[in-house]
Design a binder for this molecule. Structure first.
Ligand code: HEC
Length: 155
């Protein structure tokens, strides 16, 4: 192949690698005055993320109530609602805007809900569920300490 062609091919590959990095790993983000990373999202995307957040909180409330009443059916039902299946509704365009470590924490949180649901059903052990809930909630804490959402009008 000619020398120029190689240059063109190399440049294109670099471009693809750069776009891949931006989409898969970096996402869109900027640091904010409170030290957290601000993820710029459209108002609709922000709504979607925050709606999921409120259902996280709701599930935790239900699960803690389930623990206090030894209602393992309630615990597993509520936890399963927030399991890995729940993340399938996230649009790919939104996925591309989220930094990789944010997505990892998000996926891990859904998996922890799956495990909590399964164990509640099979083991019916309040102490164990409580411990799992505490570990799961450390994901909530660390993500909130690291990230915030910034609304952008055009995008
Ligand atoms: C992968 C990151 C991540 C994880 C994990 C996470 N959150 Fe969030 N959550 C966020 C971000 C980002 C916001 C927006 C914060 C901001 O902009 O200041 C948020 C906001 C919220 C809000 C406010 C919702 C609203 O309507 O304003 C609640 C409630 C919440 N999260 C609950 C939870 C709970 C409970 C968990 C754990 C089960 C959790 N979140 C796990 C990232 C996360």
């Amino acid at each position: 192949m000619c020398k120029k062609c190689w240059i063109v091919v190399s440049l294109l590959l670099l471009l693809i690698a750069g776009a891949g990095y931006q989409f898969m790993i970096a996402g869109d983000n900027a640091s904010s005055p409170d030290g957290r990373i601000a993820i710029p999202l459209s108002p609709a995307e922000k709504d979607l993320v925050l709606t999921e957040m409120r259902s996280f909180l709701n599930a935790l409330q239900q699960i803690s109530s389930g623990i206090s009443e030894a209602d393992f059916k309630l615990i597993s039902e509520q936890a399963r609602l927030l399991g890995s299946a729940a993340q399938q509704g996230v649009p790919i365009s939104l996925m591309g805007k989220l930094p990789l470590s944010f997505k990892k924490l998000g996926f891990d949180t859904h998996q922890k809900f799956d495990l909590l649901a399964m164990d509640a059903e099979q083991l019916q052990d309040k102490e164990h569920t409580l411990k799992q809930m505490s570990t799961l909630m450390s994901n909530c804490v660390s993500c909130h300490a690291a990230y915030k959402i910034e609304t952008i009008v055009t995008k």
